[in-house]
Design a protein around this ligand. Structure first.
Ligand SMILES: C[S@@+](CC[C@H](N)C(=O)[O-])C[C@H]1O[C@@H](n2cnc3c(N)ncnc32)[C@H](O)[C@@H]1O
Length: 184
């Protein structure tokens, strides 16, 4: 965005937001406001529903895509437990969807290799939020080629010699009424 527009970085961790603000300063970015949320049901989300052109969700995930750099993380991942992470990811995604304006886009990204955290979350989303449809990443970013998934961005250490990374784009219908868009 070249320091233009207005970006709001939300987290439930004050420490994370402070560290992020330091990174923004070091990078010379002046268009980012930080916002501490109590949870995905924070009233701030309700007050700002339907206001944002783009919403990026970088929810807690297993981090399995970073295992080649952080081999010890596999033991921490097992502690965190997918049975906790999967519903938390779905709740955060549903909450973030409320912020997207009609015609706006919701992008979800993980550093996970696990289909349950990636494709399965994205496939389940439009059923609960009929106002949204998946937009293939190749449409949004034609310069991105070689993804391991036909619609989403999927990078794997084996195929791309990068960390494992996943991103999907969903667009809210331009004419959809807020009340029709599921969970809003
Ligand atoms: C994968 S990390 C994202 C880190 C972030 N991109 C950064 O650079 O600091 C996932 C983050 O989600 C935060 N989180 C957990 N539950 C949340 C919620 N309900 N709303 C917003 N953020 C949440 C965690 O505190 C954690 O910082």
């Amino acid at each position: 965005m070249r320091n233009r527009g207005h970006v709001i970085a939300c987290d439930v961790s004050e420490g994370r937001l402070k560290r992020a603000a330091e990174r923004f300063r070091r990078a010379g970015l002046h268009n980012i406001e930080t916002r501490l949320l109590a949870s995905e049901t924070d009233r701030w989300v309700k007050r700002h529903r339907g206001l944002y052109d783009r919403v990026l969700v970088d929810a807690p995930c297993s981090g399995t895509g970073t295992w080649r750099r952080n081999p010890d993380a596999r033991w921490r991942t097992l502690e965190a437990g997918l049975e906790t992470l999967l519903p938390q990811q779905a709740r955060i995604l549903a909450s973030a969807a409320r912020l997207v304006k009609p015609g706006g886009r919701l992008v979800t990204a993980t550093c996970s290799l696990l289909p349950d955290e990636n494709e399965a979350q994205v496939e389940a989303f439009p059923a609960a939020h009929p106002g949204f449809r998946v937009v293939p990443v190749r449409v949004v970013a034609p310069e991105v080629t070689g993804s391991a998934h036909p619609d989403h961005l999927a990078l794997t250490p084996a195929r791309h010699d990068t960390d494992g990374f996943f991103a999907a784009v969903m667009e809210r219908g331009a004419s959809i009424k807020m009340s029709e868009a599921g969970n809003v």
